[in-house]
Design a binder for this molecule. Structure first.
Ligand code: LMR
Length: 400
């Protein structure tokens, strides 16, 4: 009965790792998926995470019972504080409902399905380009996906005029997906002044902001600074959604731990919204997993552990920033044609190199360097040792 099924293509991002794993070359380099690697090219488990896990294992009073449909209460409260700030009026007035989600993706999907079911507008505007999974997540959630201009290839920066124009002509009430910081794949973020203009436009047109916050702490090294755009929107008292991920900033990729918060106008509305979120979650996966959320809650709850985390987080962010400088310097040293200053201007895990898909294929075939076909490279996958190899490959690709 399944004989007629056609083979589906690999995922454009995770499929890069599949191809990388098949390559026997000793010099192969995976700059596809956005996952942090050490200078030795190894995945990193934060020391603070290891310590908390040890404590959790030793605590015999813990069990493996189902947790509530909405997740661990502590985790949810602390996640809301992390993104909105501990002095956030919305949190203090109980106008926020937060539910634990299966990392960023799962939280976006739950938010999307909730909106498709209960919100009066079914259209969501996504930036061009955006994370490859966004259109699929929201389409399958039941929303209709449209695009707004975001990136200008000519400047390798923000197309601010285009963005304002497209959001101005979006029908009132439309949902707008915003990357809270460290835009994926471009590494291009609006300035705070630009965010303020975006906020004014969104509120004046009664658009509904839906933030994807996958990199809090990774853009600047500061958790508060990276949350500023979201907090700007919360401060005006309006409604919004935020999906948070702890994959990158706590290195909990495979634990699938994240949260969805919906900021409402009153605590009564928030509690009714939460009751409906439960109806979205229960038939989807019943209730979320306990382990990752327990780690996050333990770290966010304890002042010392929290500080230790911020130091380790800053070290990861700083290493990425230093990779940007090293790659830029290596290209300048080789006299590689073109302006490569966007490598040091762009923010977060990725550089949107401007290399085309043909150049990417060349680098993969000849240099065993793996990256997405849009020319995005994960700076977090690079190390001082591998920068020369990458710079040689880029140089060869653009001078061929
Ligand atoms: C990425 O963009 O590489 C990450 O967000 C990982 C993923 O799931 O795609």
């Amino acid at each position: 009965v399944f004989a007629q099924i056609v083979r589906a293509p690999e995922d454009p991002i995770l499929g890069v790792t599949v191809a990388y794993n098949k390559d026997p070359s000793p010099v192969k380099l995976n700059l596809g998926v956005g996952a942090y690697r050490t200078e030795e090219g190894k995945p990193l488990v934060l020391n603070v995470v290891r310590r908390v896990e040890q404590q959790l294992v030793n605590d015999v009073s813990r069990n493996k019972e189902y947790i509530p449909i909405t997740g661990l209460a502590d985790f949810n409260k602390l996640s809301a504080k992390l993104i909105f700030g501990s002095d956030s009026p919305a949190v203090q007035e109980n106008r926020v409902t937060t539910v634990q989600g299966l990392s960023g993706t799962g939280s976006l999907r739950v938010g999307g399905e909730f909106l498709a079911k209960h919100y009066h507008q079914r259209t969501i505007y996504l930036p061009t380009p955006t994370w490859g999974n966004h259109p699929k997540v929201f389409t399958l959630a039941g929303l209709s996906v449209k695009a707004y201009r975001y990136y200008a290839p000519s400047t390798r920066g923000l197309d601010f005029e285009g963005l304002l124009e497209d959001l101005s002509s979006a029908p009132s009430g439309s949902i707008v997906l915003l990357h809270a910081c460290a835009h994926n794949p471009t590494g291009v973020d609006p300035t705070l002044e630009q965010w303020e203009q975006i906020r004014q436009l969104i509120r004046s047109k009664a658009l509904l902001p839906f933030f994807d916050s996958a990199y809090q702490g990774f853009a600047s090294g500061s958790l508060d600074a990276d949350a500023q755009p979201v907090r700007l929107f919360v401060a005006d008292g309006g409604e919004l959604l935020v999906a948070q991920s702890y994959a990158k900033n706590m290195g909990l990729y495979g634990e699938r731990v994240g949260a969805l918060s919906i900021v409402c106008k009153s605590s009564d509305v928030a509690s009714r919204v939460e009751s409906q979120l439960k109806l979205v979650i229960r038939p989807m996966y019943s209730s979320p997993p306990i382990h990752g959320a327990s780690i996050v809650a333990a770290i966010l709850k304890d002042g010392n552990l929290y500080n230790e985390w911020t130091i380790e987080l800053k070290a990861m962010a700083d290493r990425i920033i230093s990779m940007r400088q090293q790659l830029f310097d290596a290209l300048v040293a080789r006299g590689t044609p073109g302006d490569w200053s966007h490598i040091i201007r762009q923010i977060g895990m990725f550089t949107f190199t401007g290399l085309n898909s043909e150049q990417v294929s060349f680098m993969t075939n000849e240099y065993h360097i793996y990256m997405t076909s849009d020319g995005r490279i994960s700076m977090a996958g690079l190390s001082s040792k591998t920068v020369p190899h990458l710079a040689d490959a880029i140089h060869a690709a653009v001078t061929r």
